[in-house]
Design a protein around this ligand. Structure first.
Ligand SMILES: *Cc1c(COP(=O)(O)O)cnc(C)c1O
Length: 455
């Protein structure tokens, strides 16, 4: 029997403050740069896109930032999220490891993304903004922001990467149900989209292109701001509710993780579960091993360069220092749509550069197989993105078996796969392949890095 270590719905358990890793890192995070001057970006430069309170969080070095009551009221609809011990999986693997997972699929959109969507919608509403523009890959972020905007009475305009738009009509329907307007990207609605389409009318899109379109719309209108579902410091901050709750829940189980595993697209769910534990270590507490799992087909942490780069394909965003495959990198069409970004969150990149986390790139077939093994043991179908974390945790559990070690492994099951069954259909039909990026393609995309001295 698996024992659900779920909190009772006791509101005192919902964290009252987010945790900011910048307060505990041994070096300050490198600042974002203005792409024209290559000087640190003044905070005012972000005001065309973000409200002041989110800009302040982006730059903050405060350890704790209070979660507004209006935000906690909405998070309480599904938080605290449950933390389970995967006893049936342990048995199936015959491992001495203790495997725990934090389940973020209980949110209304089925992933961790509403944790930040709600906060971002709140601060924009408070600043008098009427409309938010954003991009979405697989549709997880778009549906999360659509829901949050609906709850705060904001309009929501979503640019959805065309390949997902065509493959995932139900995600589009969910966004529209929550009142959002959805456009397939690249689109003729923006200069960035028109330019791409002129060169390649069949372009299947990328997150970088969709970001460029949403940023262009937001920068061009006073009543409209931009919202990003990952990568930025304030997004990672909002996701720390995952790790903060996990720390309490692990304590209720009288245990502590030796290893924390998460999948990384832009880095937010990994940071969300891992940073509170890492902070504990950095303040002299118990050490923890962190493992970031990315797709072999989009290997920013394992094969990218740690360098200043643009966040989008049209080179509209500031330069940020991150592990990047180059802003022109368009990954092969593999199935974890949420893990297709060319870069990695600057804070996760810095933590990797400091040797405070490990990273591994896994092939897609191993991830699907792990996801199915997990579903058959524990009854939850992981999102293809989340199956990367499952596969990473399985590797750790198998290592424990080989080494005869009884370690505690905690991973983030960041979303369910109920909207992704086509990917599983394709897997069972033998239509999926592994895809490792050729070195020369990566080198080509990296040749276009901005001319920042020293890189
Ligand atoms: C968006 C998404 C991801 C990737 O984004 P991160 O910022 O790396 O967390 C991973 N899993 C799911 C379920 C997602 O929706």
């Amino acid at each position: 029997m698996s024992d659900p270590l779920k909190y009772l719905l006791d509101e005192s358990r919902l964290p009252e403050a987010w945790y900011n890793i910048a307060a505990d890192l041994p070096v300050p995070p490198p600042p974002p740069l203005d792409p024209r001057t290559l000087e640190p970006l003044p905070p005012e430069a972000l005001q065309a896109l973000f409200p002041d309170e989110l800009i302040a969080q982006e730059m903050s070095a405060e350890r704790h930032i209070a979660i507004p009551e209006e935000v906690r009221d909405i998070l309480r609809l599904w938080r605290p999220s449950p933390l389970f011990r995967a006893r049936r999986l342990e048995k199936a693997l015959d491992t001495p490891a203790r495997i725990y997972y934090k389940y973020e699929g209980v949110s209304p959109a089925g992933s961790h993304k509403p944790n930040t969507a709600v906060a971002q919608a709140y601060y924009n509403k408070k600043a008098g903004i009427r409309r938010l523009a954003t991009e979405t890959g697989a549709g997880q972020w778009g549906s999360s922001l659509a829901m949050a905007c609906q709850m705060f009475g904001l309009e929501c305009e979503v640019f959805m990467v065309r390949v997902s738009h065509d493959q995932k009509p139900y995600r589009r329907a969910l966004m529209e149900l929550f009142g959002a307007t959805v456009t397939a990207s690249p689109s003729v609605r923006t200069a960035a989209g028109r330019e791409i389409l002129a060169r390649d009318p069949e372009c299947s899109g990328s997150l970088g292109i969709a970001i460029a379109e949403a940023v262009e719309v937001a920068a061009g209108r006073d009543d409209t701001n931009y919202a990003l579902g990952s990568v930025l410091n304030h997004v990672l901050l909002h996701q720390t509710v995952i790790g903060l709750e996990s720390m309490e829940q692990m304590a209720m189980a009288n245990d502590y993780p030796d290893t924390v595993v998460g999948c990384t697209g832009g880095g937010s769910n990994f940071a969300g579960i891992a940073f509170p534990f890492l902070g504990e270590q950095l303040r002299g507490g118990r050490p923890v091993r962190l493992v970031a799992v990315e797709p072999e087909a989009c290997p920013s942490l394992t094969r990218g360069r740690y360098a200043y780069d643009w966040g989008d394909t049209a080179k509209l965003t500031p330069l940020v220092k991150m592990h990047t495959l180059g802003s022109t990198f368009i990954p092969a069409g593999f199935h974890a749509g949420g893990l297709r970004y060319h870069g990695m969150a600057p804070l996760v990149s810095l933590v990797k550069d400091l040797g405070l986390t490990e990273a591994v790139g896994l092939p897609q077939l191993e991830c699907f197989s792990a996801g199915i093994q997990f579903a058959r043991a524990e009854g939850i179908v992981p999102a293809p993105e989340a199956s990367h974390a499952v596969a990473g945790a399985l590797r750790e559990a198998i290592r424990c078996k080989e080494e005869g070690k009884s370690e505690a492994i905690l991973f983030n099951l960041c979303g369910h796969g109920h909207f992704d069954m086509q990917a599983y259909i394709n897997y069972f039909a033998g239509k999926l392949e592994n895809y490792a990026y050729p070195e020369h393609e990566i080198a080509m995309a990296l040749a276009g890095l901005p001319p920042v001295p020293g890189q």
